[in-house]
Design a protein around this ligand. Structure first.
Ligand code: R5P
Length: 312
């Protein structure tokens, strides 16, 4: 396998790439990703990739535009160096929230970005917990869409909660919350959230029973923290006992970390699809790794095996 499979990374998340390379026992590919003096991205692949099955690990997390451009330019370099196949491994797919024209004269940026990645030369996509499953259809190349649910559920099961209720912070997250509730044999509740603007929400009602229950709010991403924290406050007011969050992608923009610190959330579980820089660390935030899941998927894709059992 080591002869054919190569793993490269840009500057988005080298720690995750390193963890995956250790699991697969394949050293990271030799690549140089730097900047020209004015900031343009400069790439050189320092080893032969001709005929190889290349996996490029690069979440398009903050800074999204830098990481996205690196992704495109590295794909271009690898494609022009005659790799047999290039899989863009996007543990976090940024720009996914702009996935429809919900107002006049706005872009569908998720589709634009999918086009850019494809045109650059990616043959496949491997990703986790897309903001909406339908985004797979924005790509005209195969997409393997994994879920972090198993990683969280294995951990939450060990905590042996009684009276557990899984809560979706909005109606759009019901499917995800149901998947958690089923695996945890827990109840299900929904916070009926209304979005006032892209970065502002207002909580309306709770659908389901949360009084005297331990609750875990599940979501695909946390950015400003508004959705999660407002949900936590309303759940507390409704009599929930202990409140936890399980969120796949810790974007954590602005003062989100500080707000979590001051919120009724006891612990926020996130994954390492996005690196947690020093200023984003907090005793309440616990990181679970998705490196073994991605490593297994990469191995199976390379060996042309089914990845569907990873969804169980
Ligand atoms: C919304 O549809 C998403 O699933 C998240 O709930 C939302 O994007 C999180 O953003 P924020 O943390 O800024 O409320």
């Amino acid at each position: 396998m080591a002869n054919e499979l190569l793993i490269f990374t840009g500057n988005a998340h080298p720690f995750l790439a390193e963890a995956i390379s250790k699991i697969l026992k394949i050293p990271l590919g030799d690549i140089w990703v730097s900047r020209f003096s004015e900031g343009e991205i400069r790439v050189k692949v320092n080893e032969n990739v001709r005929g190889k099955d290349v996996f490029l690990i690069q979440p398009t997390c903050p800074p999204p535009n830098e990481n996205m451009m690196e992704l495109l330019i590295i794909i271009d370099a690898i494609r022009r160096a005659s790799a047999r196949r290039i899989t863009a491994v996007l543990p976090y797919f940024g720009y996914a929230r702009q996935d429809r024209k919900d107002q006049p004269r706005v872009p569908i940026t998720a589709k634009l970005v999918a086009n850019l990645i494809t045109v650059a030369g990616a043959d496949r996509i491997l990703t986790i917990d897309l903001h909406a499953g339908q985004i797979q259809g924005f790509f005209d190349i195969p997409v393997d869409h994994l879920f972090a649910v198993k990683v969280f559920v294995d951990y939450l099961k060990e905590m042996k909660f009684r009276d557990l209720v899984v809560v979706s912070p909005d109606v759009g997250g019901i499917k995800m919350a149901r998947a958690y509730a089923k695996r945890l044999s827990a109840g299900l509740a929904i916070v009926d959230k209304r979005r006032i603007s892209p970065e502002e929400t207002e909580v309306m009602h709770i659908l389901g029973e949360v009084k005297d229950k331990n609750v875990v709010i599940v979501d695909d991403l946390i950015a400003t923290g508004g959705s999660l924290i407002e949900a936590a406050i309303v759940l507390k007011e409704a009599g929930a006992k202990r409140i936890f969050g399980a969120v796949t992608h810790p974007v954590l923009s602005g003062d989100a970390v500080q707000k979590i610190g001051n919120s009724p959330i006891e612990k926020l579980f996130v994954t390492d699809t996005i690196p947690l820089t020093q200023e984003k660390r907090h005793p309440k935030i616990c990181v679970l790794t998705i490196a073994p899941l991605l490593a297994e998927a990469i191995k199976r894709i390379h060996q042309e095996e089914s990845v569907s059992s990873l969804f169980d």
